[in-house]
Design a protein around this ligand. Sequence first.
Ligand SMILES: Nc1nc2c(ncn2[C@@H]2O[C@H](COP(=O)(O)O)[C@@H](O)[C@H]2O)c(=O)[nH]1
Ligand SMILES: [Mn+2]
Length: 338
Amino acid sequence: MLATDNAVIPYAVGVDIGCRMALSVFALPPKFLSQRVQELQKLLLDNTRFGNRTGFDRGKKLGHEVLESDTFQAVPFLRNKQATAAEQIGTSGSGNHFVEFGVVDITDPTNEMGLAVGQYVGLLSHSGSRGLGASVANHYTKLAMENCQLPNEAKHLAWLGLDSELGQEYWAAMTLAGDFASACHHQIHHRLAKALGERPLAKVENHHNFAWKERMADGREVIVHRKGATPAGRGVLGIIPGSMTAPGFIVRGRGVAESLGSASHGAGRLMSRTRAKQELGEAQVRQYLRDHDVVLQGGGVDEAPMAYKDIHAVMQSQQELVDVLGSFTPKIVRMDGA
Ligand SMILES: Nc1nc2c(ncn2[C@@H]2O[C@H](COP(=O)(O)O)[C@@H](O)[C@H]2O)c(=O)[nH]1
Ligand SMILES: [Mn+2]
């Protein structure tokens, strides 16, 4: 994370603007998952689309107000981006982007979601703003570097002043990309809730690659950039995932100023993708998933759960930043490649 005064650093927001987590909690018991594994795998296959393959067929597409946003016309760079956005809405990315069913365990009776302590079925998704956000990020990072020339080792910190036309354009485009990412998750959850015949009891969602205008303790307004960080302002709810075989945590921020009101956005990688491919075998990963009672569609060894750090150690080291309200343990996972 970093905070700036009246300026935004496109690279510090990240290439996948609005990459985020979204969790829906359903009034279903955990045994619903173990009793209907194949049915739920099919629901995931039918109602999600991943990677660069085509989106939903014409008759299966859902509309969304984000596609009608004036920003597509107001920002010249976005004028030809509407069609791709309409094609990709409701889809997920590749790599470690996922949609999964799992067990939600609510442990704090004072949780703001109004959920009783106990276990539920949850649906968790992780993805970002697809091609729209990537094109915005690349375009304005390049412009920032041209307009704000820094020594080579600091070039990624190139910024756009928020009083400048370019800065305003980026802010509007970033906001649109964030709204688009959010709309993609909402469509995923809408389709799957409908297929389950359920309405969620509660939802928790947060961007982890974005910039926000926030106020510091001394009253100054700053631009807080979080690239791979969960917003954890006082009372702000978020979800910090672990891995495919480890729980994630539903958290309430404690608003710690020293961390700019932020917490980690996950366990983080223990092995690079290259190292995971070199050191882990497919059979070994399959056995590991079986041992943890997790079924996976798609995915590759580079995204194996063993490639991630121990989420419990990560949570231990950020106890001062967030309160834990409950957990989410994945059971039926879909990633790109299925
Ligand atoms: N619940 C799951 N969590 C997972 C899985 N694979 C990775 N992860 C966690 O998500 C974050 C996301 O990191 P990002 O930098 O790519 O945004 C990662 O740090 C892991 O903790 C999974 O399959 N299921
Ligand atoms: Mn992410």
